[in-house]
Design a protein around this ligand. Structure first.
Ligand code: BGP
Length: 478
């Protein structure tokens, strides 16, 4: 639909920016923190771009006051960050490490002192290594109780200070990489194990949300989903079927379970036939039903376009981690679907489709299907940036990307979507898990590269000043 006049952004709209503990904090072994599965994984040869890791990252742990001062100057309304589980529980369980919690209390108090709303992510992939070693991490049901205990500690201690909570970040993307592609720790490639680990993550998510209801009655909680709305490559019925398969296996598998408490039927039936379906025990369904969130968090970067894939067709392939444009192979599940480039949209240097309309239609699909408010917990552009003489970064490509996506949000709001806020990924440049430091997302440049942390100086990009103005006008000029 073409609107003649657009609604404005609501009062109190959360204009935010986001980060994650492992990608920003550094201080990987400081103040009693235990190792996470990423601390070890990044140091295995060949795992990440040029062997980059988050030992130092952008040293947010020690520089958070400086970073928050930059947020305050920008007028940022919300900052999304994640808590590192092994900072609080070095062994995943056992006694609480008070020094770890104290860091987040200071961070939150500093944000609050500047009227910046904290959005706290409970889990952004940095599982305590001890739990991986003890019982295989997400592959064991024992994780459900340990995760709940960790979350309850945070609920009890921070209930009065934090209103917005994100449970699991990108369970779909993280566990697909961890158990299908083998590209995130623990580096497994086995679909049966994938669906079982993923089932435990659903139970953990629901258990945390159930506990939240008692302990943080005034708060709002939801998962963040890596949402790539699906397109069919053509109206050929075979491609249409592939598109439906992709929607069900890559989107509804998670979103239906979070929001409706059950797996989508055709996908579950298929997996029962292939022997890959998760084991669902009595009681699981009741627990899942208690996990209905207050909002759907989405991390939106791109749409994906799907075509028919015969039983001997393309298999799952990893992403482009070099920034050499055009090097991403087709990827798929034999017999279900495969990806195909969309000739109607531009791509980034990492081959991600640039598709603001995809954000609008994705917001509409979710809003209509689930009837929940939506919080955009991540959206942004990873690109090479150039630091020019005089400390200037002219990232007009990032401004164009953000502008078009914020405009799509406004269209979606006019379409009737209840949108709570929009977080740019990321506030400062940070580590990109597999892509090193050269794939930059920040509104603030950080002077470091893959091997050399240099002086980690913070420099405002052009996009920083642009977003400052958007916030000031409450998006009015978009
Ligand atoms: C999401 C993650 C983020 C972030 C972002 C950008 O998948 O939640 O942690 O990294 O994507 O992705 P990348 O760094 O791979 O470009």
């Amino acid at each position: 639909m073409h609107h003649h006049e657009l609604d404005g952004f609501p009062q109190g709209f959360l204009w935010g920016a986001a980060s994650a503990a492992y990608q920003a904090e550094g201080a990987w072994n400081v103040d009693g923190k235990g190792p996470s599965i990423w601390d070890g994984f990044c140091k295995q040869p060949g795992r990440t771009f040029q062997g980059s890791n988050g030992d130092v990252a952008v040293d947010h742990y020690h520089r958070f006051r400086e970073d928050i001062a930059l947020m305050a100057e920008m007028g940022l309304k919300a900052y999304r960050f994640s808590v590192s589980w092994p900072r609080l529980y070095p062994d995943g369980r056992g006694p609480l490490n008070e020094a770890g919690l104290a860091f987040y209390e200071k961070l939150i108090d500093t944000l609050r002192a500047h009227d910046i709303e904290p959005i706290l992510t409970l889990y952004h992939w940095d599982l305590p290594q001890a739990l991986q070693d003890d019982y295989g991490g997400w592959e064991s049901r024992r994780i459900v109780a340990d995760f709940e205990r960790y979350c309850v500690t945070l609920f009890r201690r921070l209930a009065g200070k934090v209103r917005f909570w994100v449970s699991l970040n990108e369970q779909n993307y993280n566990l697909t990489n961890a158990y299908q592609l083998g590209t995130h720790p623990p580096g497994v490639r086995n679909r049966k194990r994938f669906f079982q680990a993923n089932h435990h993550a659903f139970l953990a998510n629901a258990g945390a949300i159930a506990a939240f209801r008692d302990l943080v009655p005034d708060g709002l909680i939801g998962p963040s989903f890596a949402y790539s709305p699906a397109y069919p490559a053509s109206p050929d019925p075979r491609d249409m079927l592939a598109f439906e398969n992709a929607e069900e296996f890559t989107n509804h598998w998670w979103l239906d379970t979070y929001c409706l408490g059950r797996y989508p039927g055709a996908a579950l039936a298929y997996l029962r036939k292939t022997g890959e379906a998760p084991e669902i025990l009595p009681g699981d369904r009741d627990l899942l039903a208690q996990g209905r969130p207050d909002f759907i968090g989405i991390n939106y970067y791109q749409t994906l376009t799907y075509a028919d894939n015969p039983p001997d067709g393309e298999t799952m392939r990893g992403i482009n981690t070099t920034g050499e444009k055009g090097t991403t192979p087709a990827s798929g599940v034999p017999g279900l679907y495969k990806t195909r480039p969309n000739p109607h949209v531009e791509t980034t240097n990492w081959d991600w489709a640039i598709d603001p309309t995809g954000l609008r239609l994705g917001l509409r699909r979710l809003s209509s299907r689930y009837g929940l408010p939506i919080l955009i917990t991540e959206n942004g552009l990873g690109e090479f940036d150039r630091l020019e003489r005089g400390d200037l970064i002219h990232d007009d490509y990032r401004i164009a990307y953000l502008k078009d996506h914020i405009a799509a949000c406004r269209e979606a709001i006019t379409d009737g979507v209840d949108l709570l806020g929009y977080c740019v990924w990321s506030f400062t440049d940070i580590l990109s898990w597999l892509n090193g430091y050269q794939k930059r997302y920040g509104l603030v440049y950080v002077d470091r590269d893959e091997r050399d942390p240099k002086d980690l100086r913070r420099i405002r990009k052009d996009s920083y000043f642009w977003y400052q103005k958007i916030i000031k006008d409450n998006g009015g000029n978009i």
